[in-house]
Design a binder for this molecule. Structure first.
Ligand code: NDP
Length: 607
């Protein structure tokens, strides 16, 4: 059976990426591995398209003639399925303000396109070949461009940009435009299939193994940490199963989860919209994680004032981890069961393979909500991340109590402060989580539930847990050097993340005027200077440097406290590969050009 539908040289209709417009294109080649056709538009632009974005000319003409006979009512129903950002849910009436917003969004989309899309008069093949003088733009030129344009002129210009026919014959051109508009109006957008085609994490077997391996690793690490000699091969004796269960610990976990849920529901903090879903709808999220953290700190302060023994956590950490794991498992079962009733368009692009184990692990439903309570968004940063800080604090108090110290050790202070800074930063910049892969691509299933509620609080606090049983003395100069390393990591991490987030939010921001970017056919640019021109994932580099700084205060006697940095490098290398794959699919040749321009992924000259 042939693996491709269209032959080289064949003239077909190709969809312009990110739009609903189809143009006549010629197939120039086919990539068997990526399953992408390289097609050439009449203006010379070359793009890589998926087979689903290509139609044979005959079927297209047939559709068009059918469409033109459609009734106006049919046309409008087709329009309502357009992927315009900000479009409300199907069947919902749009209010005047929503309609205004929609118009503004539409205008913005056109403006964005006008920045990014190539002009037919230029050699657009070059533009996508990453040649500096033609591929890069900077934000200032965009501002000037946008300010000069009047909305109607912009629309006209965009239409002109799309024109692939002779411009001499104006009448003919008008016909072409109306023809195109007809296509836009009457051609229903195909329902975006969210079916997962390529399975990650080793597919069904891999995810099954991970479901056993991840909890086993947590218990292994915690048991190891409790040993006097935590050498890797000095396996700890297995505890009796019943000793792992403590109803009191389970009660505390439940209480903690529901307390955080109450804080999340408080009507404080702004409400923002997430990225558009495949249906065009945008979900709303309340940004009050930082306030929740302040309230949590106040609650812990009150408990300590009344001499509540927080170091109880140190003695029963294993039981707390078991309780959190049981809770995460129960939550995953609930999430999977409810996902079976979720409509197709609400399923996660990464967790809809049709295989139970795989979908259960990666998460079947993209944004499970109970009313306006978003379960995934809530779990991402709150119970686990704040739980991590509380466990660290408990370890600090346990160290003081067990070793009879009036002040905690320098190592413990460093570990607590560095990780506190990381958590506070994440909560302060909570809005940034809305553009991460976890929110936009991955469903909510065992992977994220276990990761957020068990792995983060109980594994990320390993250094502090280790220091209680294995005191490590470091000198002030060493502490200063480690602090400097953490600051460097934090600076790279924060400035890289902010640079990209600001650029995504407002590419015309004057503060970003010095940055250059490669335009892509989706309307979004890819930064090629600044941090994102240094390596392709500078934020991961900063994160890894910080992870090292968190382990160094534990000295070099054992590798155990370095588990985090080793695991984290593996996680980010794997995550980077996943992200690259998504970006290659999204941006095609423009991404290839970006990779040519910025060859290193995470660390210059190393990886
Ligand atoms: P990133 O913040 O790295 O975002 C990747 C996305 O950025 C891409 O999909 C693309 O999306 C966009 N992008 C890529 N290149 C460019 C470019 N040149 N110019 C503009 N945009 C570009 O994703 P993550 O969600 O993986 O990471 C977020 C943060 O969370 C990181 O700092 C990471 O270190 C941290 N993290 C921490 C973990 C932990 O356990 N502590 C775990 C995982 C992540 P698009 O083009 O669609 O905007």
């Amino acid at each position: 059976m042939p693996s491709r539908k269209f032959a080289d040289g064949e003239v077909v209709m190709g969809r312009w990426p990110g739009s609903v417009l189809y143009y006549e294109v010629q197939v120039t080649s086919y990539d068997d591995v990526a399953h992408l056709y390289t097609v050439k538009y009449k203006d010379g632009t070359e793009l890589a398209l998926k087979e689903s974005d290509i139609r044979s000319q005959s079927s297209f003409k047939h559709r068009k003639s059918q469409s033109s006979s459609s009734s106006p009512s049919r046309r409008s129903s087709s329009r309502s399925r357009s992927r315009s950002p900000g479009r409300p849910a199907k069947g919902r009436r749009r209010s005047a303000s929503q309609s205004r917003e929609h118009k503004e969004d539409k205008k913005k989309t056109i403006q964005e396109s006008s920045i990014a899309l190539p002009k037919p008069s230029e050699n657009n093949t070059k533009r996508y070949n990453g040649e500096p003088e033609s591929t890069e733009k900077n934000a200032t030129s965009c501002i000037i461009l946008e300010q000069k344009l009047k909305p109607d002129l912009e629309i006209k210009r965009v239409l002109e940009q799309y024109s692939l026919r002779s411009r001499k014959d104006d009448k003919k051109k008008e016909e072409i435009y109306s023809e195109k508009k007809t296509f836009v109006a009457v051609k229903p957008i195909e329902k975006v299939s969210t079916k997962t085609k390529e399975m990650e994490f080793g597919g069904r077997i891999g995810t099954f193994m991970l479901m056993l391996f991840l909890p086993a690793t947590v218990f292994y690490l915690l048991l190891m940490c409790k040993q006097d000699d935590p050498s890797l091969l000095n396996f700890p004796p297995l505890p009796a199963l019943e000793s792992l269960w403590d109803w009191r610990a389970f009660g505390v976990i439940l209480l903690w989860f529901f307390l955080q849920a109450v804080f999340y529901l408080l009507p404080i903090g702004k409400v923002v919209e997430g990225l558009p879903l495949s249906s065009g709808r945008r979900l709303q999220y309340r940004i009050n994680g930082f306030y929740a953290f302040i309230l949590t700190a106040a609650a812990i302060g009150v408990l300590l004032y009344f001499e509540f023994e927080l170091h109880y956590l140190y003695d029963h950490l294993l039981q707390f981890a078991a309780a959190a794991a049981a809770f995460a498992l129960a939550l995953s079962v609930y999430l999977y069961v409810r996902s079976l009733r979720a409509p197709e368009e609400e399923l996660a692009p990464g967790g809809n393979s049709g295989y139970f184990i795989y979908d259960f692990f990666t998460g079947h439903e993209l944004n499970p909500r109970i009313g306006s309570f978003d379960l995934k968004y809530f779990c991402e940063l709150r119970p686990g991340l704040m739980g991590w800080v509380v466990i660290n604090l408990a370890m600090l108090l346990a160290e003081m109590k067990i070793h009879n110290l009036s002040v905690p050790s320098l190592s413990m202070i460093l570990v607590n402060s560095f990780q506190l800074l990381y958590v506070v930063d994440a909560l302060w910049n909570e809005e940034a989580v809305l553009t991460t892969m976890d929110i936009t691509h991955d469903g909510f299933g065992f992977m994220l539930a276990f990761g957020d509620l068990v792995w983060v609080p109980f594994v990320y606090s390993l250094q502090a847990f280790y220091l209680v049983g294995h005191p490590t003395t470091i000198s002030w100069p060493v502490a200063a050097a480690i602090t400097a390393l953490n600051c460097v990591g934090y600076y790279i991490f924060r400035s890289a993340n902010s640079q990209k987030n600001n650029f995504r939010r407002n590419p015309a921001d004057p503060k970003l005027a010095n940055l250059k970017f490669i335009p892509t056919a989706t309307g979004k640019g890819l930064l090629v200077t600044g941090w994102w021109g240094f390596v392709r994932h500078p934020n991961y580099l900063g994160d890894i440097i910080m992870a090292l700084a968190w382990s160094l205060p534990c000295g070099f006697n054992h590798i155990l406290p370095y588990f985090y940095v080793i695991y984290f490098i593996c996680l980010l290398v794997h995550r980077e590969a996943r992200d690259e794959q998504h970006c290659r699919q999204k941006y095609g040749l423009a991404w290839e050009r970006y990779c040519q321009r910025v060859p290193y992924r995470i660390c210059p000259y190393i990886y």
